[in-house]
Design a protein around this ligand. Sequence first.
Ligand SMILES: [Cu+2]
Length: 379
Amino acid sequence: MKVASLALCLLYTAGSLVQAAPTHNNTEAEATKQLNKWQKQYDQYIKASLKTRQTGCTNDNIVKRAEWGSLSAGERKNYIKAVQCLTTKPAKISKSEAPGARSRFDDWDAVHIKLTNNVHFSGLFLHFHRYFLWLYEKALQDECGYKGTQPYWDWTLSWQDPSKSTVFDGSDTSMGSNGKYIPNRNGTAISAFGLHAVIPPATGGGCVYSGPFQNHSVNLGPVAYAPYGPDGGLGYYPRCLARDLAPGFSNQTKPSDVVHVIRDTDDLYTFDDVFEGLTGVHAGGHFQMGGTGIDAFASPGDPAFYLHHAQVDRVWTLWQDLKPEERRNQVFGTSTAFNNPPSANITLDTEVDFDVLAPKKKISDLVSTVDGPFCYQYV
Ligand SMILES: [Cu+2]
């Protein structure tokens, strides 16, 4: 489908530029309609299912996670303030585990770095990041007095130009700007999990220069690209938050790309495969941020990571709740990236490690956003 529509666009481009744009726009407008339809269907499902449940999650107490741009200026500022607060609280991870971690914010980055090879390209990817994100939201609330919820960045709204996104527009209600433009750069060679790629230079490349997080210190990593940080990325290597907003990759998170992953996959293995692959929407979100965000290990050093991963969790949730009975409890794979080194098959009883962030959690506690520790939905 993706290939077909791309070919169609190229065909039209060759024939007439005037016709190319509307064809493409129609495809994306249709895809957006489809996504809105699924979102509505999901809303209705949650509402109906909460009516009859015996667990503590009800329509009255369910937490609603909203798109960044739909929050008021005040709500966005409260979120930003809470994240900045987390960067001023002392780290809990031990100095021997992560000598470079300086703050509670860094705890999440450190744990992610330590577990990267277990929780990507494995059967733990979706479940791990769901709880990882929820623990972060909870820390903002419990440790920094945040009254709101974890917002998400809907990439499909800004796929044509991520610098226009309310997340990255550089205003004081954004998550900070692009990185400062550095001309004449080479691509960045990244490698992780035995995968190698060169990320070409895009529209920024330097430090975030306006809006919040201009002074944000990234203390850990890099692990996936040079110059590598000390102690396998867990040592102290303070530097600015770098971004390189890349329309070449936001083109990978179009509405039609999200429709593709939701509609054209029917089991968790295939969903994850399409979703997490380098040409999929998960990588598309990371690569279009560029800079700190392209490091598979240390990308949580960019505070926008959490908005991106909320959207990741949202798309999985939409997919799950289209056929909840069949899809919720599906597991696949093992707990090592590409099963290298080989590890045991994941079952619902597999315990997932969160290091210093929280005690281990069973997969069965992480399959539904309205069961186990969770009671939230995306609106
Ligand atoms: Cu990750």
